[in-house]
Design a protein around this ligand. Structure first.
Ligand code: XMP
Length: 606
């Protein structure tokens, strides 16, 4: 990319930076996420800067700040939410907690859409999305008010001559109806209009790949079966020629049903021969007695590397000539601690220490490292993969390993009693049960290990179920997940007890999950809801109504880039039908539906 034609999104620890960055890219300007503690020369290399939202209050001790000199660079700046308040405070305005928070939809009155370049083409009133406690109450010198909502006077402000703007609402969410118009206005103000598109990126990236690999270099790539690594592999093959890129698929035994054969066929059609190495027994042996999420991931990551070393030996590849290709995409690098404010939520299997070492030595090539998922899909289509294949839901590198829960947890009966007591006042037919295994979540941007609560379907109203699930996880810190027992067509009885059943990460038990996962995927495809759902982990958990039986948890979510998510409210008749189909597997006792949003739950169960 031309270095002077890109927009920086400065991350203050909110979940919105990625969303803003990917929206701006979709609108035709290249963006990168930066920390708030970069040197001034770094910020100066951008044509526009967006100061994003964040969870803090600008007056809080230790709240993330930004050096005031940034406002003297002469670069257009747009502050959003926290970024807006911080801008106002630094430049001499006043921010206060007015005691009135504003979350959700609001209407902004634009005073005159001609007075600011930022409000060009906006109507007199616009629907916007608010999410804030504090508010700007006094503008700094040189700023004018452009728009107000009923409860927020300075909802949109500008200093036109300095090209510094502030908005209290979130233009990046679809609830702000003309958010894209506003962001496009900022792109134009920054002089970045039409400076980014995927085709150009591909041409430039191919050049970079050729340069990095050198004239004789070759790339060895582990293909996982997912969209990312396959597209990365194709991209490398197109840049260097298929004979200089060798792909190896390690069959870990934790892949989906028919995944390996399907992938081989797909690539074969594009003239690429994939080597398949069946390592399933090695993985089963190493994982059979394991249950800790991070330990499982580390084992998978290390076994991948060992499998690679073995394959290199078998394929007789000279390590001096070959480097390692990976399908890491942009959000992966950020979530593993890439920017200052994102805590380490999980270890991606492609970021285990051994891989990190190769990366540090420069022996790794990651052609998708700057791309978001939707861009990767588009790139895949451009390179010849069909949409049905690229539109598949994302699947984690460690595969079904993270969807098999093998840990037992003693349940404290007091937790269940307290919750039951608390909610029965409001909902007389409310029943709940703490499940005998732990759940991993993300709360306040940190990992949490807590319990999962099963509740009955006391209502057919998804909104009410959502509200109650959220209030349980808010009120009871011991719980970070809520799953629902749907009332199937023949009205399932809420279990008096659920037995813990020993579960192993072996072939027998992964076959069970493979079958349930296959039924689910076929079902959502047949009912044409695959595209409405962003991702749908199907999870095998160690409990059932009788010893020796397991249960399945369905986790369909709607999400943007996986940073946050809400559960997908499936039509009740479809859900009932799907549950019955899964229950035809004789070792499956029950099917639960995950009602947890992210946060507090992660998308995967781990
Ligand atoms: P979580 O569970 O953190 O997941 O909400 C967010 C996204 O990341 C995927 N995921 C992984 N991908 N290796 C991967 O390659 C992993 O270990 C891993 N864990 C989670 C997950 O499927 C979701 O799309």
């Amino acid at each position: 990319m031309e270095s002077d034609k890109k927009i920086a999104v400065v991350d203050f620890g909110g979940q919105y930076s990625h969303l803003i960055a990917s929206r701006v890219r979709r609108l035709g300007a290249y963006t990168e996420i930066l920390s708030n503690e970069e040197g001034m020369e770094k910020y100066a290399s951008y044509s526009g800067i967006i100061l994003s939202g964040g969870p803090s209050s600008v007056y809080e001790k230790d709240s993330p700040q930004i050096a005031p000199e940034i406002f003297q660079l002469g670069i257009p700046i747009l502050g959003i939410c926290y970024g807006h308040q911080l801008t106002m405070k630094i430049l001499g305005g006043k921010v206060e907690s007015t005691g009135e928070s504003e979350y959700g939809p609001a209407e902004i009155q634009i005073l005159d859409s001609n007075i600011s370049n930022l409000s060009r083409s906006l109507g007199r009133t616009e629907k916007v999305w608010m999410s804030h406690g504090d508010e700007v109450v006094e503008l700094p010198p040189g700023f004018s008010n452009i728009g107000s909502t009923e409860s927020c006077q300075f909802a949109m402000v500008s200093n036109e001559s300095k090209k510094i703007y502030g908005i209290q609402f979130h233009p990046e969410v679809t609830h702000t109806i003309h958010g894209n118009t506003l962001l496009s206005n900022f792109i134009r103000i920054s002089g970045c209009k039409d400076t980014w598109n995927l085709q150009e990126f591909i041409q430039k990236e191919m050049e970079i790949i050729r340069r990095q690999v050198g004239e004789r270099g070759k790339v060895f790539m582990l293909v996982s079966g997912g969209v990312d690594s396959t597209v990365a592999y194709l991209m490398l093959a197109k840049s260097l020629g298929a004979q200089r890129v060798k792909g190896l698929l390690v069959d870990t035994g934790f892949m989906r049903k028919n995944e390996v054969s399907g992938l081989r066929e797909n690539l074969h059609k594009l003239g690429i021969d994939l080597t398949i190495s069946d390592e399933s027994q090695v993985f089963y042996n190493a994982l059979v007695a394991k249950s800790d999420p991070e330990e499982k991931r580390l084992i998978v990551g290390n076994l991948f590397l060992e499998a690679q070393a073995r394959a290199v030996e078998e394929l007789n590849l000279d390590p001096k000539e070959w480097i390692l290709g990976q399908g890491t995409i942009y959000p992966d690098t950020i979530e593993s601690g890439g920017t200052k404010h994102s805590h380490k939520i999980k270890t991606h299997h492609n970021r285990v220490p051994a891989i990190q070492k190769m990366l540090d030595e420069g022996k790794i090539i990651e052609p998708l490292r700057d791309l978001y998922k939707d861009e990767v899909r588009e790139l895949g289509n451009y390179l010849g993969l069909d949409t049905q294949w690229t539109d598949r839901h994302p699947f984690p590198g460690p595969g079904l390993v993270v969807r098999m829960i093998a840990t037992q947890r003693e349940v404290d009966p007091a937790i269940e009693k307290n919750i039951q007591h608390f909610f029965q006042k409001e909902i007389p037919n409310f029943i709940c049960k703490v499940l005998p295994f732990p759940s991993v979540g993300v709360q306040g941007d940190q990992r949490s290990y807590a319990n999962c609560l099963l509740i009955n379907q006391f209502s057919q109203d998804w909104n009410l179920l959502d509200k109650i699930a959220t209030s349980i996880t808010n009120k009871f810190k011991e719980i970070n997940r809520i799953v629902l027992l749907p009332n199937n067509l023949n009205s399932i009885r809420f279990p008096d007890s659920l037995e813990y059943t020993e579960l192993h990460l072996n072939k027998e038990h992964s076959d069970l999950l493979r079958e349930a996962d296959c039924i689910t995927n076929q079902f959502i495809f047949d009912h044409k809801i695959t595209k409405d759902i962003w991702q749908m982990p199907v999870v095998l958990v160690p409990c059932g109504r009788e010893k020796g039986k397991f249960s399945i948890i369905l986790r369909p979510v709607e999400s943007n880039e996986a940073m946050t998510a809400n559960f997908y409210p499936m039509k009740w008749d479809l859900l009932a039908k799907l549950c019955s189909e899964i229950q035809t597997i004789s070792q499956i006792s029950d099917v639960f539906f995950d009602l947890t949003n992210k946060p507090p739950g992660t998308i995967e169960w781990e």
